[in-house]
Ligand binder design. Structure first.
Ligand code: NAP
Length: 161
């Protein structure tokens, strides 16, 4: 199974200067809880934004160049990645971005974990268009708003129909 996880603002913005446009620890906590124990797939730019491999998850990076820390599985094409995903149908491979990887895997994704942030930020990277008519919404839960989490946000789950 292939899933996407991402957070977007009111306009679908997801990135700014190679990093996230916001600070929202509640979403980071959700990301950690959802991805821990599952293999994660990142584009090279997104992987570099993590600074180090994320613990307790198999880290898979899509890249044609560049060197990565020991233990990271580097895959150099979408076809190779899809072969791997098809080989282990019982696993939940979670694509953690960025935009270029979401775009290339849009036709293949089974499940969407979307955090919708009710705010407009500045940035340069947007979520590619998702055809939500192909998905059914399973869940929508409000996140915590407090001193550390200033932007209202909702954790949504969609599954392909
Ligand atoms: N809000 C969110 O939830 C969220 C989630 C993820 C990312 N982001 C943000 O999105 C931005 C990064 O997104 P991005 O689209 O610029 O970059 P990206 O998708 O993270 O990485 C792009 C890189 O991935 C590699 N790649 C892409 N397609 C490939 C393929 N078919 N085969 C092999 N390698 C491939 C290439 O690396 P090489 O040049 O090494 O070959 C390419 O330069 C950052 O600002 C990040 O913080 C936000």
């Amino acid at each position: 199974m292939l899933s996407f996880i991402w957070a977007e603002d009111k306009n679908g913005l997801i990135g700014a200067n190679g990093t996230l446009p916001w600070h929202l620890p509640d979403d980071m906590k959700f990301f950690k809880k959802t991805t821990t124990g599952n293999p994660i797939i990142a584009g090279a730019r997104t992987f570099h934004s993590f600074k180090r491999p994320l613990p307790n998850r198999q880290n898979i990076v899509l890249s044609k160049h560049g060197s990565f820390p020991d233990g990271v599985l580097v895959i150099s094409s979408i076809d190779q990645l899809c072969e791997l995903v098809d080989q282990y149908p019982g696993k939940n491979y979670i694509v953690v971005g960025g935009a270029s990887i979401f775009e290339q895997l849009m036709d293949r994704v089974d499940r969407l974990y979307r955090t919708k942030i009710d705010h407009v930020f500045q940035g340069d990277t947007y979520m590619p268009k998702v055809d939500y008519t192909a998905f059914k919404q399973i869940q929508s839960l409000p996140g915590i708003v407090d001193d550390k989490n200033r932007y209202p946000h909702t954790f949504e789950l969609f599954e392909r129909r």
